[in-house]
Design a protein around this ligand. Structure first.
Ligand SMILES: Cc1cn([C@H]2C[C@H](O)[C@@H](COP(=O)(O)OP(=O)(O)O[C@H]3O[C@@H](C)[C@H](O)[C@@H](O)[C@H]3O)O2)c(=O)[nH]c1=O
Length: 380
């Protein structure tokens, strides 16, 4: 089996982050030959430093990576084609797919080639009804399927490598390891270590202020380049770069380098609480089984707030009421640029910790996204 994954980087690192993770898992666990076609190798290099953005073709970790440029080269289409997040395949490639699909026969809808549009993650209920739907091409012998990741068995599930929990638990046997690597002194026993990955639209100054005045100490690890400019202006300094630290009241803030995807997982595993955003870091933080705070990717007309509520409904279902209230309130303020009440949220840390474990256990019962995709294709 040969798979092609097309990835157009809209912005940030989520699109490429998910495609890269999926590609590696398909190669490692399913022995599939995977080619990735990526239009922004610079973005990919941030999460995978081994990438050389100048190369048209390279092979990293068993995945063939092609720089997707126009005019698009003549390529023999793969057996399975993933169009990530509706990125629109090059017309030339679509024509080649159609030309190479002689066994297509409507209405049975059988085709040699499987074309999948991998959608964004959402906890909304309609996703279950749309997952796996087929859309025949209006003029060519091709069918496109809509594949939705999700939190329930009626969706495609979430990306989760077979080794993930073993690696996570092994890394926790040496909790000081990461701090040593980052050149940071070990946090005190009563200090909450928190990673902070968010968009600039979050109430970052309010949160830092809340941590500085918090009833218990907070150690914040802030990857460079995300919210570090807002943190610097809150601290009244011109710039904060990786390696810089500031101390205000009960808050110690360390700016750390933006890491490879694997190392970022280690950060999530090492922290007591993780502020995450978008899609991929959001999922990884759930597998890290620590309390999370999610900033959803902002969309026009606040559509994202509906998606946020859908997730909170699901996430809080099995959580006792005062803690669930605190989770909802904290997320709403964090996503609406309003003063977040850290003390009220963090007083439930033990409950939230237990809940994070139970939630991940529940999610892990569902087949993971890569194996759902493979099974979906095999069944066709
Ligand atoms: C902080 C950090 C993140 N990462 C990785 C983890 C993830 O793979 C990736 C970040 O992706 P995300 O968490 O999804 O957040 P994101 O905001 O970067 O990405 C996206 O969100 C989607 C919902 C949008 O549709 C996308 O267009 C995109 O904006 O960066 C590192 O590799 N190293 C780091 O130090």
């Amino acid at each position: 089996m040969r798979w092609d994954i097309f990835c157009h980087v809209v912005d940030n690192y989520g699109d490429i982050g998910i495609c890269w993770r999926l590609a590696r898992q398909l190669v490692t666990e399913f022995d599939i030959s995977v080619r990735m076609l990526v239009d922004d190798l610079g973005a990919m290099q941030r999460i995978c430093p081994a990438i050389d953005p100048r190369l048209a073709v390279q092979n990293i970790r068993g995945v063939e990576i092609l720089h997707w440029v126009e005019p698009f080269a003549d390529l023999v289409p793969a057996d399975v084609v993933i169009e990530a997040f509706g990125c629109e395949l090059p017309p030339r490639y679509i024509a080649a797919m159609a030309a190479a699909s002689p066994r297509f026969s409507e209405p049975e809808g059988k085709t040699d080639r499987i074309w999948i549009n991998l959608e964004y993650l959402s906890a909304e209920q309609w996703v279950e009804g749309c997952h796996g739907l087929a859309s025949p091409h209006p003029s060519l012998p091709l069918i496109k399927y809509f594949f939705f990741p999700g939190f329930t068995a009626a969706t495609g599930g979430l990306l989760r490598e077979a080794e993930l929990f073993t690696l996570r638990d092994a890394s926790r046997t040496d909790p000081a390891g990461l701090w040593r690597e980052l050149g940071i002194t070990n946090p005190a026993a009563d200090e909450a270590t928190v990673s902070l990955f968010c968009y600039d639209s979050a109430p970052i100054s309010d949160l830092l202020e809340a941590w500085a005045g918090s009833i218990s100490p907070v150690r914040c690890l802030l990857p460079e380049g995300t919210a570090s400019a807002s943190a610097a202006s809150w601290a009244g300094i011109s710039r904060l770069a990786a390696g810089d630290s500031i101390q205000r009241g009960n808050l110690t803030l360390h700016v750390i380098p933006f890491m490879s995807q694997e190392n970022y997982d280690h950060l999530l595993w090492a922290c007591d609480c993780n502020f995450v955003r978008g899609e991929d870091s959001f999922v990884r933080a759930q597998w890290a089984v620590r309390p999370i705070v999610w900033q959803i990717y902002p969309q026009q007309e606040n559509v994202h707030l509906i998606k946020l509520e859908a997730f909170l409904d699901l996430y809080c279902q099995e959580l006792i009421e005062p803690a669930a209230d605190a989770v909802r309130a904290f997320h709403r303020s964090w996503n609406n640029n309003e003063q977040p009440d850290w003390n009220c949220f963090w007083k439930y840390r033990d409950v939230l910790q237990q809940h994070a474990m139970a939630w991940a256990e529940r999610l892990a019962q569902i087949p993971n996204l890569a194996s759902s995709l493979v099974n979906f294709c095999r069944n066709r």
